[in-house]
Design a binder for this molecule. Structure first.
Ligand code: IPM
Ligand code: MN
Length: 347
């Protein structure tokens, strides 16, 4: 039987609950479709940091490299470890080290889910550059603690990085409704963002079947609220994509529904699948986290691994469950009720 080895990193807070939920749904789908998922759990988290002084062991990246994929819950427990420490010690290094340059985030209303907008239907695929740009980590502070203190943080946009994410966006658009929206702020940022626009224009010649529009980030934020149905694939830099995908989560009914995949399209290192939401300390341990974002991310993992049928079955089961009213009112259904509802719809 085909067996995939999956690294499980539940992380902090509700990350544990939703990873357990996703894992049990994935196991049922695997069994139905005749393959096996072999999970190895890593306790890397803020608790691990408290015990060891690190978010993951020194050879953590090398350990993860041997897996087919990584399923991650959430990272962060700001009451005890500053976010800038926990995220730079676990989540962000994995995205970079494994060249997971495409962060894919689908935004659409599941059946039965009432979003905050008048729009009844939209289907947006946000593609966020995931390894460079505003998250490059190039910078420093001088004269720290004095009145002369200076903090510098430089965005880095490379031709390789911009070209590959845009190309990925064009290819996704080609496989969907043929529309690509490229997001920049080239009216104000005249180097990096003009560079991005130029590359978009140049690549569009290679994809004559894709209709391309360029938007500034501010206008895109408004469009996602006012006319989300006009959008298909949206591609943006790391920070812009980060912000737009929380907006995307909001218009699809909340962070409990927002799934994401950190993809290494070259497939020379594992990709990582995680819900967009964080560890939600306010509801951690209450058993009321919505596992749908994590389950949907798990389906994206199976799709990436080539198990298309299993992935489609999970998505369909999720839709059946939400159409039945399960998991659609945040905080109402318990995590285990939603998980059981999806598993029931799977079989
Ligand atoms: C996300 C998160 C992360 C990001 C944080 C936790 C560093 O907000 O995945 O969207 O900004 O990438
Ligand atoms: Mn975010």
């Amino acid at each position: 039987m085909k067996t995939y080895s999956i690294a499980l990193i539940p992380g902090d807070g509700i990350g544990r609950d939703v990873t357990d939920a996703a894992w049990s749904v994935l196991q049922v789908a695997a069994k139905t479709c005749g393959f096996a998922l072999n999970g190895t759990e890593f306790p890397w988290s803020c608790e691990f940091y408290r015990k060891t002084g690190r978010m993951m062991p020194e050879d953590g990246i090398e350990t993860l490299r041997t897996f087919d994929a990584i399923l991650l819950g959430a990272v962060g427990w700001p009451a005890e470890v500053p976010d800038a420490v926990s995220l730079h010690g676990l989540l962000l290094p994995i995205r970079k080290a494994f060249v997971q340059y495409a962060n894919i985030r689908p935004h659409r209303l599941l059946p039965g889910v009432q979003g905050p907008l008048r729009a009844e239907a939209f289907d947006i695929l946000c593609i966020r550059e995931n390894t460079e740009g505003e998250y490059s980590g190039a910078g420093g502070r001088v004269h720290q603690g004095t009145n002369d203190e200076v903090a510098v943080e430089t965005s880095i946009f490379t031709r390789t990085g911009v070209e590959r994410i845009l190309r990925f966006g064009f290819e996704q658009a080609r496989s969907r409704r043929g529309k690509l929206a490229s997001v920049t702020k080239s009216n104000a940022q005249k180097y990096s963002m003009v560079f991005w626009d130029e590359i978009t224009d140049r690549l569009s010649a290679e994809f004559p079947d894709v209709e391309v529009s360029s938007y500034h980030i501010d206008a895109m934020a408004a469009r996602m609220v006012m006319a989300p149905e006009s959008l298909d694939v949206v591609v943006a830099s790391n920070l812009f994509g980060d912000i737009l995908t929380d907006l995307g989560a909001a218009i699809q009914g909340g962070l409990g529904f927002a799934a994401s995949a950190n993809i290494n399209p070259r497939r020379d290192a594992p990709s990582m699948f995680e819900p967009v939401h964080g560890s939600a300390p306010d509801i951690a341990g209450l058993g009321i986290a919505n596992p749908i974002a994590a389950i949907w991310s798990g389906a994206m993992m199976l799709d990436h691994l080539g198990e298309k049928d299993a992935a489609a079955r999970i998505i369909a089961a999720m839709e059946t469950a939400t159409a039945r009213g399960i998991g659609i009112s945040p905080g109402k259904d318990r995590t285990e009720t939603i998980t059981a509802g999806i598993i029931a719809a799977l079989s």
